[in-house]
Write a protein that binds this ligand. Structure first.
Ligand code: CUA
Length: 324
C-alpha cells in the first residue's frame, strides 16, 4: 500500500525544465491553465448559486426586465479580448524565439532513419540515439531524414520539430542542467517508431570537450567532405573556367540561374544541386552534371556541404553579392 502510494506520488506530471525555453514555454502553459481555471471556477460557482437561488418553489423575483446592458456587455467583450490578445502576443514571441536559432550556436547534424537517430558533431564524432551537448551553450540541430518523416522531440527542453526527407529543418536549445534526458521520435514512422528513442546527455563544457576528443572521429566533417569531393572528382568540373560553377565562396551567396531568376546557394540549394542537378542550372553552364542520389547518404551530403562551406570561410549569413 505504502509503496503503491509512493509510486503514485512520485509519478512525474512534468518533464524536467532543463533548457532556457522550457521555463518560457511552461510559463505560457501555466498562465493559460490559470486563466482557464479562474473562468471555469467563476462559471461553476455562478451556476450553482443561481440554481439554488432560483430553484423551483423558492420565492424570488422572476420578472424578466427588457433593458439594454451595454456597459456590462462591452465589459465581457473587451476584457476577454484584451486577455486573448495578450496571450497571443506573448506566446507568439516565445514561439518565434524558439524558431530562431541565435547566431553563435554550436551546430550539430541529425539524420533520421528508420529507426534510429544518427548524429554527427562538426569534428566528425558520430553517435546513434544519443546526443551529447555542453551545458549553458546554444546548440542548433540541422536535421534531415534518410527515408520518411520523423520528429525530434526532447520533452525536457520543450522542443519538437519534424525531420523531413529532402529538406532541412532546425531546432535549437540551451541546456541549463547537467543530466540525462529523454529523446523521442514524435512522428509515427513505421513498425519500430516506438523504439526510436534515445537520450540527451548534458555535460559540463570541459567534460564535453574531453568526450569529443575521446570520440570515434577519424576526421572532421570538413575533412570527410573534402575526401568525398576528391573521390567523386567534383573538382574536375568545378574549377575556374570549368564546366561547372566554381564553388569557392559560393555558400550562402546568390547565384544567377539559367532562364532567369536567382537562388541563394544555401544548404537546401546545394543539396538539391547534388541530388537533382537539373532542378536549377547556374547561368552559362551546360546541363550535364549527373545525379549523386544513389551514391551519397544524407550524412555524406552534410559532409560535402561542410566542405563547400569551409571553402567560403564558413560564413552563415547571406551576402548580397552575386556569383556570375
Ligand atoms: Cu521516427 Cu517515429
Amino acid at each position: 500500500m505504502t509503496s503503491a502510494k509512493f509510486t503514485m506520488l512520485s509519478l512525474p506530471l512534468f518533464p524536467d525544465q532543463a533548457s532556457v525555453s522550457a521555463q518560457r514555454v511552461d510559463a505560457v502553459y501555466f498562465a493559460l491553465l490559470a486563466i482557464s481555471a479562474i473562468f471555469a471556477t467563476l462559471i461553476f460557482v455562478l451556476i450553482i448559486y443561481f440554481a439554488i437561488k432560483y430553484r423551483r418553489g423558492a420565492t424570488v423575483d422572476r420578472v424578466i426586465r427588457r433593458k439594454d446592458y451595454l456597459k456590462l456587455e462591452m465589459t465581457w467583450i473587451i476584457i476577454p479580448l484584451l486577455i486573448s490578445f495578450g496571450i497571443f502576443g506573448w506566446a507568439a514571441k516565445v514561439y518565434f524565439d524558439l524558431k530562431t536559432p541565435p547566431d553563435d550556436a554550436l551546430e550539430i547534424y541529425v539524420v533520421g532513419k528508420q529507426w534510429m537517430w544518427k548524429i554527427q558533431h562538426p569534428n566528425g564524432v558520430r553517435e546513434i540515439d544519443e546526443l551529447h551537448v555542453p551545458v549553458g551553450r546554444t546548440v542548433k540541430l540541422t536535421m534531415t531524414s534518410q527515408d520518411v518523416i520523423h520528429s525530434f522531440f526532447i520533452p525536457a527542453f520543450r522542443i519538437k520539430q519534424d525531420v523531413l526527407p529532402g529538406r532541412y529543418t532546425t531546432e535549437w536549445f540551451k541546456a541549463t542542467k547537467v543530466g540525462e534526458y529523454h529523446l523521442f521520435c514524435a512522428e509515427y514512422c513505421g513498425t519500430s517508431h516506438s523504439g526510436m528513442v534515445g537520450k540527451v546527455v548534458v555535460m559540463e563544457p570541459l567534460d564535453y570537450e574531453r568526450w569529443l576528443r575521446e570520440g570515434s572521429a577519424q576526421q572532421s566533417m570538413t575533412a570527410s567532405g573534402e575526401a568525398l569531393y576528391t573521390k567523386l572528382s567534383c573538382g574536375t568540373c568545378h574549377k575556374p573556367g570549368g564546366r561547372g560553377p566554381e564553388l569557392t565562396g559560393i555558400y550562402n551567396r546568390e547565384v544567377e540561374l539559367e532562364g532567369g531568376g536567382v537562388a541563394i546557394a544555401d544548404r537546401e540549394y546545394l543539396r538539391e544541386s547534388i541530388i537533382n542537378p537539373m532542378a536549377k542550372i547556374v547561368k552559362g553552364f551546360p546541363r550535364m552534371m549527373p545525379t549523386y542520389r544513389t551514391q551519397l547518404t544524407e550524412d555524406q551530403v552534410n559532409e560535402l556541404i561542410e566542405y563547400i562551406k569551409s571553402m567560403s570561410g564558413g560564413q552563415e549569413t547571406a551576402s548580397r553579392s552575386t556569383i556570375k
